[in-house]
Structures are given as C-alpha cells and as structure tokens.
Design a protein around this ligand. Structure first.
Ligand SMILES: [Ca+2]
Ligand SMILES: [Ca+2]
Length: 153
C-alpha cells in the first residue's frame, strides 16, 4: 500500500488565464479484479486527485463515477455514482494554457498498487475528451474530461 501525502495546490498564487482539467466521469467497462477495483487517480508528480484521501474507491463493472453531474457522460444503463466535488483535489488539476500533465488511474492492492492506465492531457480551454484506458486484456475504463478556465482562480 502506498503512503500518499496530500499535495499542496499547484500554485499558491495563480496567474490569470489559469485552466482547470474538469473531470467528468469514469466508466468501468471491465474491471481488473473479480469483484471490485479500488480506484484512485493521481496527477504524476503532484499527488492524489481523487479521492481526496487514500485509499481508493471500491468500483464494480458498469459503475459510472460522475465528478460533475452537469456534464455527465455515462452510457445508458450504467450504475451512476456521484464522486462529489468535495472528494476531488481540484487544486491538483490546474494548468497553464497549453501546459501538459499526466493522470494515472491506479488500483490499490496489498501487494503493490496497479496502474490501469495513464492519460497525457494538454490544457486547451474548451476541449473535451473521452479516452479509453486499458491494461492489457485486464481492464477497461473510459475517462471523460474537459479543460475549462479555472472558475476558482
Ligand atoms: Ca489489482
Ligand atoms: Ca485491488
């Protein structure tokens, strides 16, 4: 099991024009383990993004975790679950225009956590993505996100 410390906000004083990677939803097409995956998302080099505290969130196949209900992107018939804004470290998702960051979908395990996929994000305001993260034949997740002007800066 990893020991993760909560990272400080990316920048204590923010320049104008700062962008935010707005997570939308995470859909479990196929999970890595037999019952549930215990999921969390890291920003590489910057710590935990979701949930706001370790350990991971128990997730079953066909669960669709919604980070932003106004932008939900879940397939019909999926089991929609709310992540809750308070459960996301939004300060870890800020970026300068055209900046790049990497998100890692991780799965908690006693014998060492697994990486179920990584996605490289380029911060371009107004863009939206829905990417498929796979780990060989093991698991498949769909992560939807967009980049917006940071509403809190
Ligand atoms: Ca595992
Ligand atoms: Ca596990």
């Amino acid at each position: 099991m990893l020991s993760l410390t909560q990272a400080a906000p990316a920048s204590a004083h923010r320049s104008s024009g700062e962008l935010l990677v707005r997570l939308t939803s995470l859909y479990a097409v196929k999970i890595s383990e037999s019952g549930h995956d215990e999921l969390y998302i890291l920003r590489s080099g910057n710590g935990l993004v979701w949930p706001s505290q370790y350990p991971g969130i128990s997730t079953a196949r066909n669960d669709c975790i919604v980070f932003d209900s106004s932008r939900a992107d879940c397939p019909p018939g999926s089991n929609v679950r709310l992540a809750g804004d308070q459960n996301v470290n939004w300060a870890n998702l800020t970026a300068a225009p055209n900046g790049q960051l990497t998100l890692e979908l991780k799965e908690e395990d006693l014998v060492g956590d697994d990486t179920l996929g990584t996605v490289r994000v380029t911060a371009i305001a107004g863009r939206s993505w829905n990417v498929t993260l796979t780990k060989s034949d093991d698991s498949e997740y769909r992560l939807a996100y967009s980049v917006i002007t940071n509403p809190w800066s």
